[in-house]
Every structure is written in C-alpha cells, then in structure tokens.
Write a protein that binds this ligand. Structure first.
Ligand code: OSB
Ligand code: MG
Length: 340
C-alpha cells in the first residue's frame, strides 16, 4: 500500500459551535487488488474520527489491505479504515469497469442535489451568503448555529427564510452545542420557519435528550456526532432521529456507510451523506456512496469550495446546486493524477 500525505488550507474557515475549521491534513492511499490500483483518502477530524497521528500509525501497519478491513485492526481508526475500504472498493469497481456507484448498488443516481453549507456569522453576513447560494442554484441551505445564543440564531434563520422564500429548504446544525433547555428555546423560536431538520442540537451521547426533543417539537431532528460515539444500531433504535447524517470518513468507509444507511432505511430513518471537508478522493467516494442510496434529500457534499487548493482536479464540481456522478471506472479520477 502506498501512502502520500497532504495538507490543504481552507480558503475561508468554516465557523461552527465547536470552533473554526481552517485546514485539513490527511493521507492518500493507493492499493493493488488483483493487479488493479485503487485510491483512498484518510482526512481525520477529531470529534468525528481519530487524530492524524493515530490515523497515520494505523495506515503504516497495514500489510494486506483486504484483510485489514475484516481483522478488526482498523476498527478504532475510522478515517484510516475509510482510506483502505475506499481504495479496495475503487480497485474492484475499476477492474469490473464500472463506476463505484454502480458497483455498490444495482440502481444508482446519476446526479444528486446538494446543500450549501453556511458557517456561523452575523445576521447580515448569513443572509448575504444565503442569497448568494440561492443565486448559484442551491435549493437547500445548511446553516451552522450554536455559536450564539439561541434567540440570535433564530433571528438569523428567520432573516434567511424571509430572504429566500418558502421554496428553499433550510437545515440548521448546532454541532452538539446546547443543553435540553437551550435546544427547547431554539426550537420554540424557529417553530414557524419550517426547517427541514435541526442537526445534533445536544452532545453526542445524549440519545434520550434528542428523543425527547423529537417528541416535544415539530422540527425533525438529525444526528451526526452521535454516530461517532454510539453504535448506529443504538442510534436507530433509540428513536432519537428522523435523519442520520452519515460521514463515510467517520463511519469507517463506504461499506460501513451503506450498511448503516440500509439499517436506517429499514427503521424509517432517512440518510444524508456529508463530508468532513475532505479532499477530492474522499469527496468523490462520498458522492458515489450517496448515489448508491435511494432517497431524494440533498446531501452535504458541496464542500470543495471551502478548500484553497486540492490534491487533484475535481471531476464533479457543483453546478446549479447539483453534483453529477462521474461515470468512468471507479471514483472517476486518474490514479496517475495522485501517484506517479
Ligand atoms: O453537511 C454539510 O453541509 C457539510 C459538512 C459539514 O457541515 C461538516 C464539515 C466538517 C465537519 C463537520 C461538519 C458537520 O456536519 O457538522
Ligand atoms: Mg453536523
């Protein structure tokens, strides 16, 4: 297995309730499966995955990539497992001469709607960013909340709703910033705004709290960080979510993400696939995984624009709020663009 480290700055930091994300560092991998090369990427983000040091160490110990996926050695390092699992899946799809999405599902989407991601900012900046996103063709916005008091966040969202009108879908993501009472205040204040959902209002371990919010308010609830600290089965069984926000990087790879998504769907829980603001290889992986899932919701994959540079050219840029799934073999990116 070949490894190549990379480091990219964000063009503009993403402000969240848990601080700014301003750079992303990770490891690209290339594996050989039956003589065919596949590409993977580990871009760890503590809070969702292991540290970069733990990720690097786990990848350096892999001798047989296919066996490493099943022997438990990568179970505590989801970003490292993601890189290996994606690379093996990419190699297999390439040797079958199929796109990754079509190798993962008998029926897959050829294009997907995606949400614009709006960081924490004051009311005016948030409204301007929302208008810009809608002008660019997005009909779904995800706004970061939880860095301000809940009434101020409600004012931001209300101003966004007024600016974009009723036909644009609005999501909010608090990144676990609140306690039950603060989340109640926020949900009371936004009750008339018809939010698509509120993502991770409470800390990751508080499944019962999320279940209570779901019972007491009409705004649907989504879980994100919780999926990194409790088993997906528990998250699904606890009635704590209408939607699971699935980050392949945090769940340990495309295979694990598909299995979580299938279990969620059987329980009547929807799935939205997002990135941890990854480089092009992992973004494409998440796009193919999302394409392999049924459902019509917008995914959180429009994160390329946060990066100042990338490790290779992007074959799936966002146009009009939509991403087209590359139909060439595997991920749809040349191995030679990344490994010489
Ligand atoms: O879902 C999106 O719109 C983009 C991804 C995103 O918001 C995100 C990006 C990096 C780290 C955490 C998160 C998050 O969903 O909380
Ligand atoms: Mg989130």
């Amino acid at each position: 297995m070949r490894l190549r480290e990379f480091s990219v700055a964000l063009r503009r930091p993403l402000g969240t309730a848990k601080g700014d994300i301003d750079r992303r560092d990770g490891v690209l991998v290339a594996v050989e499966v039956d003589g065919v090369t596949g590409l993977g990427e580990a871009t760890p983000l503590p809070g969702w995955t292991e540290s970069l040091a733990a990720c690097r160490e786990a990848l350096e110990t892999v001798t047989n990539p296919v066996e490493a996926l099943d022997d438990g050695s990568l179970d505590n390092t989801p970003a490292a497992r993601h890189a290996v699992s994606l690379a093996v899946a990419d190699a297999r799809a390439r040797s079958d001469d199929r796109s990754l999405a079509t190798s993962l599902a008998t029926e897959s989407h050829t294009s997907l709607p995606v949400n614009a991601t709006l960081g924490d900012a004051d009311v005016e900046t948030t409204v301007n960013a929302a208008r810009d996103a809608v002008s660019a063709g997005f009909d779904c916005l995800k706004v970061k909340v939880g860095a301000r008091d809940p009434e101020t966040d409600a004012t931001r969202l209300s101003a966004v709703r007024d600016a974009v009108g009723p036909s644009v879908s609005i999501r909010a993501d608090a990144n676990g910033a609140w306690d039950r009472w603060t989340a109640d205040r926020f949900l009371d204040a936004v009750a008339a705004l018809d939010l698509e959902y509120l993502e991770q209002p409470l800390p990751a371990t508080q499944l019962d709290g999320h279940a209570a919010l779901r019972r007491l308010h009409d705004t649907p609830i989504a879980l994100d960080e919780s999926l990194s600290v409790v088993t997906p089965s528990r998250a699904i069984a606890s009635n704590a979510a209408d939607v699971l926000v699935c980050k392949p990087m945090a769940l340990g790879g495309p295979d694990r993400t598909l299995s979580v998504a299938n279990r969620a769907r059987s329980a009547g829980v929807d799935v939205v696939v997002t990135t941890t603001i990854d480089a092009v290889v992992a973004r494409l992986g998440a796009l193919h995984v999302a394409a392999a899932l049924p459902g019509e919701r917008a995914h959180g994959l429009a994160t390329a624009a946060f990066l100042d540079t990338d490790v290779a050219a992007d074959p799936a840029p966002v146009r009009d709020g939509v991403m087209h799934v590359p139909c060439g073999p595997g991920l749809g990116i040349d191995v030679s663009a990344l490994f010489h």
